[in-house]
Design a protein around this ligand. Structure first.
Ligand SMILES: *[C@@H]1O[C@H](CO)[C@@H](O)[C@H](O)[C@H]1NC(C)=O
Ligand SMILES: *[C@@H]1O[C@H](CO)[C@@H](O)[C@H](O)[C@H]1NC(C)=O
Ligand SMILES: *[C@@H]1O[C@H](CO)[C@@H](O)[C@H](O)[C@H]1NC(C)=O
Ligand SMILES: *[C@@H]1O[C@H](CO)[C@@H](O)[C@H](O)[C@H]1NC(C)=O
Length: 503
């Protein structure tokens, strides 16, 4: 895996610790851009802690360009090295700004059996990580890449059993999404991402008009805890301005999500201590000397020392899935290694090799402008992130008040945005409980635990899953999304059989 250089001026030792910890953990979903901020004081990323909503007035006739004939051109007959399938796939670019020449790349897979199913947009986080790298190729997409970096095999638990699934690489500078004005991608932020994403969707729905009135859902993980609700808010706003339903948004779901800076961080160290990764004394020291109420707050020496020890203790494991094996040999193999439905820890390397192949890019309709840099799972070209609010709780409340279904899930072996963080963040929302904590079942086993709050928030853990839930517990994740889309409670007894998996 390519080394990603830091743009931040950190002390040498610290950057060594952080970077080695990040290089070791393959399949990460929070970018270095974010982690440098999460793990250490860093005022360079954003001083502006509040999301200034992306609620500008968009002149729809100016931002929505003619789309005739483009859907047909985007049809992917077959991906490179792909086994035969019955559903249709599309890939291509949507221009989000004609003047500077900015375009976002998407990959769309229609539902496996019934095309009347809802439309689901999946976003990965970072900021700067690709939804094709993680979402499509390692988590919930229909295919995974063999260890030869060349051929594909089926993911039997792909979410296109339950929905028509759209993967978007955003913002520009991520994956195949680009701008012809290079200064455009160097700096990005939450607000610009939300605006570009909504412009993308308004154009995309024009290109695929049969999905115009379809029930629409947005899901994502990690830093998409910001992107998903921000996009949802922007959509609701434009529906209201237009006095019609531009996009028929019904619900959002976020997993192992960055929600509220203070509780995210406190919960992380609590998790590390309660899972025997750091000593209790270090947790006590962090609780005593650190103040995470604001990202920009300089911390005391005692706090910094304790955090350095916590980083050193967690560095040798994959913090994104604390019990997972590490990738011990990232060399591609001539013959594909035997596959399983649980992700291979070296998958990032297979996906990087696959996505950078010219034949693959050609069949995907990607990189048509010969972008100057390589395709990467997490962007190296976005150098700074200008705005990232401390909390998205007010946004979640606003969406709930507007009748948007909200599910928050958490893979319970993730140590980066762990279940302890998410529980603390939800507690801060101060919602009355509607259905008390219960084990939910999938195939006669506990899939995780769930609790439902008044106002239609479902919180669900996924047992034995790391940061990328569908990579580690694909069957449980498919059951989760099925119930989310149907708006039904996760089954509370083993008698409810989930026969949703076609193998
Ligand atoms: C970017 O520039 C290339 C080469 O001039 C052009 O083909 C492409 O359409 C431009 N992209 C956008 C989004 O305008
Ligand atoms: C943390 O810092 C904030 C902002 O400076 C301050 O208002 C708050 O009282 C501090 N909390 C603690 C526990 O010291
Ligand atoms: C795009 O294509 C060029 C030329 O073939 C290649 O050098 C570059 O790595 C590719 N970039 C991406 C993002 O795929
Ligand atoms: C919660 O969901 C139910 C059933 O879908 C709906 O009737 C109710 O209005 C929703 N409540 C809120 C606060 O949105």
């Amino acid at each position: 895996m390519e080394k990603i250089t830091f743009f931040l001026l950190l002390t040498l030792t610290l950057s060594q610790i952080v970077s080695s910890s990040l290089d070791r953990s393959h399949s990460h979903g929070l970018s270095k851009l974010y982690l440098t901020k999460l793990l250490k004081k860093d005022s360079a990323i954003d001083k502006n802690s509040h999301f200034s909503s992306a609620l500008d007035y968009l002149e729809l006739d100016k931002v929505v360009l003619p789309q005739e004939g483009l859907k047909h051109k985007d049809r992917i007959k077959r991906l490179s090295g792909q086994p035969p399938v019955k559903f249709k796939q599309y890939g291509g670019y949507v221009t989000v700004n004609e003047f500077v020449g900015r375009a976002l790349f998407y990959y769309f897979v229609e539902a496996e059996n019934s095309r009347s199913l809802p439309l689901l947009l999946w976003l990965n986080g970072g900021p700067g990580c690709s939804s094709i790298a993680y979402g499509a190729m390692e988590e919930l997409g229909p295919f995974r890449v063999h260890s030869n970096g060349k051929t594909l095999y089926r993911n039997h638990y792909a979410w296109n059993h339950e929905a028509n699934v759209l993967f978007l690489e955003s913002p520009a500078g991520v994956g195949f999404s680009y701008s012809n004005t290079s200064s455009d991608v160097k700096s990005n932020g939450d607000r610009n991402t939300a605006i570009d994403n909504v412009i993308f969707l308004l154009n995309w729905i024009q290109r695929f008009p049969e999905y115009k009135n379809r029930d629409f859902y947005i899901a994502g993980e990690s830093y998409a805890g910001h992107f998903v609700p921000q996009l949802a808010q922007t959509i609701l706003h434009h529906n209201k301005l237009a006095k019609k339903t531009l996009l028929n948004l019904k619900g959002i779901m976020i997993g192992n999500a960055v929600i509220n800076y203070e509780t995210d961080r406190k919960g992380m160290y609590e998790y590390h201590a309660s899972h025997a990764l750091i000593p209790d004394e270090i947790l006590e020291q962090i609780e005593r000397y650190c103040n995470f109420s604001d990202k920009a707050l300089p911390q005391s020496q005692e706090c910094d020392n304790a955090i350095d020890i916590a980083i050193a203790d967690t560095e040798p494991i994959d913090v994104y899935n604390i019990y997972a094996p590490l990738c011990s040999n990232s060399e591609l193999t001539l013959q594909p290694k035997k596959t399983s439905q649980v992700i291979d820890p070296c998958s990032d390397d297979y996906v990087i090799a696959y996505m950078n192949r010219p034949d693959v890019q050609k069949l995907l309709h990607a990189n048509v402008t010969k972008i100057k840099y390589n395709w990467q799972p997490c962007s190296d070209v976005i150098e700074s992130w200008t705005d990232s609010p401390l909390t998205i709780i007010p946004l979640l409340k606003e969406l709930m008040a507007n009748g948007v279904r909200l599910w928050i899930f958490s893979g319970d072996t993730d140590g980066i945005v762990p279940v302890t963080s998410t529980k603390k963040s939800i507690k801060k929302m101060k919602l009355p409980i509607k259905t008390a904590w219960y084990p939910w079942f999938h195939n006669d086993e506990v899939g995780g635990y769930a609790q439902i709050y008044v106002g239609n928030l479902t919180f669900a853990t996924v047992r034995g899953a790391g940061h990328q839930v569908p990579s580690y517990q694909p069957a449980r994740a498919l059951s989760l999304v099925k119930h989310f889309l149907a708006g039904t409670e996760l089954p509370n007894s083993p008698k409810h059989k989930n026969n949703n998996v076609v193998i």
